[in-house]
Design a protein around this ligand. Structure first.
Ligand SMILES: [Zn+2]
Length: 679
């Protein structure tokens, strides 16, 4: 559901350190929309390139990055500031409090001399445990233990609201346990994927060689691990098949789990992981758990142990000595995602710190840099977008009155969180010391595991945020029927909020973020949840059929797009995001039409407010990716690539034709009969 813009990385976009230094100089800033365009491109043929092409040409992707765009500009401005905070904290040598945690985390992670000297030692205790396992039951007990510190061997799991009862927290168990980015990598036959699959055994073998295993044995271990993972992948669902919330919801009593996995003593292992206060769990993909039982209990003990050791080292590789870091980088970042060089260490450390205790860092910034005026601007904007959506739903000619009534009820109850949380998480019990980088990360993963497990059996905390305020991202949570909009997502790098005109901001924030997230409440997944946040059908059969028929037009449009070589977008897997993009533009625009800026119709830098609205939307996707990264995301990401999040939805928007004089024959032109008519 989330608008994970650049998922995979912990995107620490600490908010706007740049802004305070600019306060004094009231030099008129260049218009960001005017300076980034490529005027050699006709906006009616390729709107994305027209708006962002100038910037893209002059800002090639740095060697150490696999993608580069507006989010990275914001992030880059803030890394420096964060670094100073960390260095200052380290110098203080504090014995308690956030300064101690931040200072010790930083010093230990930056102390490469000690890290090199220790090599794999920080993982020794856990590796010894794996080595001593005597049978499959012990293997599964160790696997449960490894889950508590973030090594997801054999399966996936986690705590979240019960999709059918949003007042309760539930424990979810899902498919998982594989080392390639998803199940398709084990089977797809295209050249790019085949090459990655062919390199996987060499990577696994290299990890064992670094642990002192001879080459022949290392190769044999790699082959056995991949054979086993392939069996898990075989019973894993495809990306698009994970979108049906009913098919991926199978509640079972813990005492009945033996029906799925007769040999795995789940009640014992669940207790070990910290599952308590519930007597049932929700199984995402039951067939996976049937297969898991067979795989684990027919597999050779040594292979199970090797598999666990490999996943332990792989998961913690980036916190170990250089040979482990390099092997991990060469496979996952260089080969799969196309990076040319590693990012500087200090930036990688800041990303890990964000993962470990991001809210502690965010707290230092949010209130200072996202002032009350900005908070109010965006809170008001949410209400304007909501009003616009209400009017649209009321006017729909395809939806019956009874369903409309329920849709309007759901819309009116969507709650909003803007900027930063009212209550901050308390990291006081997280032990960070100077023992080792890997162990600090291990303890932080344990802390988070305990934090989530402690929610089971207790009332739902609806005030909580699942993103830090400095994140360049936002989400809709169907169980809370809420949109969550961190301060970071509203940033335009190099500009203070008050320097941005309403047309730009309505495109950049009201359409691409606020409208987008609200529309998620009514996309192919979100619409299946009611106003109380429960998975419960409130649609009449006829309305549901109309919705699907109209959404199908968008599926087909995206299925025809080829972002890299001949590899296409998966229109069904990306449907929810594409619907949210299109809906966001439509309602963001309706809301913009109510503003003074639109009504006055004054040009800025030669562009009308309507033009600037669409350009502001496109600015939010000013972003480029390496081919490898793009290819990987087409298999794993439910978001379409940036360019297609602009050029994909806009041909369905009538005002876009008017704004940029799009005519038959232009590449952005779509015959009226082929356009999506949904919201
Ligand atoms: Zn989204």
């Amino acid at each position: 559901m989330k608008r994970i813009v650049y998922s995979g990385l912990a995107l620490a976009v600490l908010f706007a350190a740049c802004k305070s230094s600019e306060k004094k100089e009231e030099v008129k800033k260049e218009d960001i929309l005017a300076v980034n365009i490529d005027s050699s491109i006709n906006p009616a043929d390729d709107f994305f390139e027209y708006v962002n092409g100038g910037w893209i040409k002059t800002h090639p992707i740095p060697n150490e990055e696999t993608q580069w765009g507006i989010a990275h500009l914001v992030q880059n401005e803030l890394y420096d500031r964060l670094r100073i905070i960390n260095e200052d904290a380290a110098k203080k040598n504090a014995k308690t409090g956030a300064d101690q945690q931040i200072g010790d985390f930083w010093s230990t992670a930056m102390d490469t001399a000690t890290i090199e000297q220790k090599g794999i030692e920080p993982l020794r205790e856990e590796l010894n445990k794996i080595n001593a396992l005597q049978n499959t039951q012990e293997v599964m007990a160790q696997a449960a233990h490894m889950h508590t510190y973030g090594v997801g061997v054999f399966y996936g799991e986690g705590v979240s609201q019960d999709a059918k009862n949003s007042d309760a927290m539930a424990y979810y168990m899902s498919q998982g346990g594989i080392g390639l980015p998803n199940r398709d990598y084990y089977f797809n036959t295209d050249e790019r994927t085949a090459k990655i699959r062919a390199a996987y055994p060499q990577y696994i073998a290299s990890v064992f060689k670094l642990m002192g295993v001879d080459s022949t044995q290392a190769n044999a271990k790699a082959a056995a691990i991949i054979a086993m993972e392939t069996k898990l992948a075989q019973s894993s669902r495809k990306l698009e098949d994970l979108r049906d919330p009913y098919a991926n919801y199978n509640k079972m009593a813990i005492s009945q789990l033996g029906k799925l996995s007769p040999n795995i003593a789940w009640p014992t292992y669940l207790e070990q992981m910290g599952v308590k206060g519930v007597d049932s769990v929700i199984i995402g993909q039951p067939e996976f758990y049937k297969q898991l039982d067979k795989v684990v209990f027919t597999e050779n003990l040594q292979t199970l142990k090797d598999y666990m050791a490999f996943h332990l080292v792989r998961t913690y590789a980036t916190y170990l000595s250089k040979p482990f870091v390099d092997a991990n980088f060469n496979f996952y970042s260089k080969l799969i995602r196309g990076a040319q060089a590693q990012r500087p260490r200090w930036k990688r450390v800041l990303d890990s710190e964000e993962q470990a205790m991001g809210e502690a860092l965010g707290q230092l910034f949010a209130k200072e840099y996202f002032n009350e005026t900005a908070k109010k601007r965006y809170e008001d904007m949410v209400e304007n977008v909501r009003t616009a959506y209400r009017a649209r739903i009321e006017k729909l000619d395809w939806m019956t009155d009874s369903t409309k009534k329920k849709a309007l009820q759901k819309l009116s109850t969507i709650s909003k969180k803007v900027g930063y949380p009212d209550k901050w998480k308390d990291f006081g019990s997280l032990k960070i010391d100077r023992s080792s980088y890997a162990q600090n990360m291990m303890r932080s993963n344990e802390w988070w595991n305990t934090y989530y497990m402690n929610k089971l059996g207790k009332p739902v905390d609806r005030n909580e945020w699942e993103m830090t305020p400095q994140t360049y991202n936002a989400y809709y949570n169907p169980s809370n029927n809420e949109i969550v909009l961190p301060a970071g997502i509203f940033t335009v790098p190099g500009y203070r909020d008050e320097q941005l005109d309403d047309a730009l901001v309505y495109g950049y924030a009201a359409a691409s973020t606020i409208g987008h997230e609200i529309t998620h409440g009514f996309d192919d997944e979100g619409r299946q949840f009611d106003d109380k946040g429960n998975l419960k059908n409130w649609w009449s059969a006829k309305d549901e059929e109309e919705f699907k028929k109209r959404a199908e037009v968008l599926v087909k449009q995206f299925n025809n797009m080829m972002p890299v070589d001949t590899q296409r977008i998966n229109g069904r897997a990306t449907l929810g995001e594409n619907l949210a993009d299109l809906g966001g533009i439509l309602i963001g625009l309706d809301a913009f039409k109510q503003t003074e800026a639109f009504k006055k119709n004054e040009k800025i830098s030669g562009f009308t407010p309507l033009q600037r609205f669409f350009m502001g939307y496109s600015l939010g996707w000013m972003h480029q990716m390496r081919k490898e990264e793009l290819a990987s995301r087409l298999l794993t990401d439910v978001h379409s690539p940036a360019k297609f999040r602009v050029n994909g939805p806009l041909p369905n928007v009538p005002e876009f034709y008017e704004a940029f004089n799009v005519k038959p024959g232009n590449k952005m032109y779509l015959a009226d009969s082929l356009r999506v008519r949904l919201w």
